[in-house]
Design a protein around this ligand. Structure first.
Ligand SMILES: C[S@@+](CC[C@H](N)C(=O)[O-])C[C@H]1O[C@@H](n2cnc3c(N)ncnc32)[C@H](O)[C@@H]1O
Length: 242
């Protein structure tokens, strides 16, 4: 008899604290046959897997999928395709699988690329995505900072942009969140300084993880190599909202 194909669940394990995983995701994690987690091409360590670990059954199969952090688009596409094929192979064996990511699975996440590839290779695959708590929600909670109030705007940005573009975007919103603030911290700080927002910016490093740090003077971030897990929150109170 032909078996039914398995379901793929997209699960966000939150920013670090294993208690910040939705109950629904915990239930799913306990029931799936396989947990996939992204790892970089440099090593197979997965922080998402470490966060999820307390919720996994001891016999669960875990598989790391390598997503290279590279500017080489062809290499990247090849990896997405290969990883999608791997996931489909297990689903076709009737196994249910979870793909886990840090924070929310659909916010700047490898999961989005994986889903696109799976849909194009195997359009009938059953995919069920469960939202997760983002890094910036946890950073706001840690510092008791409202993300947005009243009729204010909230802009979520990647820091991987050149300075003028960053400056232009930051200047247009009331509240700005900068993720991926690790690579061009110099440019980011300089854009913020030129907008006179340095004193209105708070940084959170490794939120919910060992070594968690709140930075109230972001100039201090320029003295050392910025951590990959850095989020910046900017309050642009000069912007008037309509
Ligand atoms: C690829 S994005 C992943 C975003 C994630 N899906 C989310 O919902 O927050 C990676 C960026 O998220 C932010 N990030 C993720 N986890 C974090 C944490 N625990 N503390 C601080 N920043 C974090 C950092 O800006 C990092 O460069």
């Amino acid at each position: 008899m032909k078996h039914k194909n398995g379901i793929l669940y997209g699960i966000g394990v939150g920013p670090g604290d294993p208690e910040l995983i939705p109950l629904k995701s915990v239930r799913i994690l306990k029931g799936v046959d396989i947990v996939f987690a992204a790892s970089s091409s440099k090593n197979d360590y997965s922080i998402a897997l470490e966060i999820a670990r307390p919720h996994l059954g001891k016999d669960i199969q875990t598989i790391r999928l390598s997503f290279p952090m590279t500017a080489d688009i062809e290499r990247e596409k090849h990896a997405w395709r290969k990883n999608a094929e791997t996931v489909i192979k297990y689903l076709n064996q009737g196994k249910d699988a979870a793909f886990i990511t840090i924070g929310d699975p659909l916010t700047y996440s490898t999961y989005g690329y994986l889903v696109k590839e799976i849909k194009s290779l195997s359009p009938n695959t059953a995919i069920n995505t469960i939202p997760g708590i983002t890094s910036y929600q946890a950073a706001a909670a840690l510092t008791n900072t409202p993300l947005a109030e009243g009729n204010e705007s909230l802009l979520i940005l990647s820091g991987l942009k050149e300075k003028d573009r960053l400056k232009n975007l930051i200047g247009k919103a009331d509240n700005i969140i900068l993720l991926k603030a690790y690579r061009n911290m110099q440019e980011i700080c300089s854009a913020i300084e030129e907008l006179d927002l340095t004193n209105k910016t708070t940084g959170v490093i490794r939120c919910g993880l060992d070594g968690e740090e709140v930075i109230t003077d972001i100039r201090k971030m320029l003295n050392k190599k910025p951590h990959y897990f850095t989020v910046l929150m900017i309050k642009n109170t000069r912007t008037t909202t309509s």
